[in-house]
Design a protein. Structure first.
Length: 175
């Protein structure tokens, strides 16, 4: 499942989110509650009750379930990655997608966790994610590509910090 394929489905059905942001929402929801319901995610993506073709719905459900599986797999945290444009795409597009992904992650965590208390280091991670939603996509090349890679790796690590903190708070929840 590629970023482009998911983008096309979401655009075709006038989703309220792009591919990166939608994946961020799914990831945030699953970090708080690994048993999150895919139907709740779909309702957020298509607030107007858009009817999806079975193939499109199956593909979207597949990305959600794949994300769940990758987040549950504690033995290989490197298998999980953010759904973002390819490294060959324009740097500005990659940065904008990362910004949207972080925005979606914040939404997903907030959707699943309405309590004001954040477990462990989660509050600090949320502040960092908020700062990343302000990132400027009009960057130059060169060092900015390396910076983007570092930020992307930080976000990946932050996802597992949030997942682990919520799992500790809810010890009955498998992770």
């Amino acid at each position: 499942m590629t970023y482009r394929a998911i983008s096309e489905i979401l655009e075709q059905h006038d989703a309220d989110f792009g591919a990166a942001e939608a994946h961020g929402v799914a990831t945030g929801m699953l970090c708080v509650e690994i048993k999150a319901d895919v139907e709740n995610w779909l309702r957020e993506l298509f607030a107007d009750g858009q009817h999806l073709a079975d193939d499109d719905k199956n593909l979207l459900c597949g990305i959600f379930e794949q994300t769940r599986t990758l987040l549950e797999n504690q033995n290989d945290e490197f298998a999980f990655d953010l759904l973002l444009p390819d490294e060959d795409d324009a740097l500005a597009e990659q940065v904008e997608a990362l910004r949207c992904w972080c925005q979606g992650f914040l939404f997903g965590v907030g959707y699943a966790h309405t309590d004001a208390d954040w477990p462990g280091d989660t509050a600090e991670v949320m502040r960092d994610m908020i700062e990343l939603t302000k990132i400027d996509s009009e960057l130059g090349e060169g060092d900015d590509e390396n910076a983007l890679i570092e930020i992307r790796e930080y976000v990946r690590a932050a996802v597992f910090t949030v997942r682990d903190q919520f799992a500790e708070q809810n010890p009955l929840q498998p992770h």
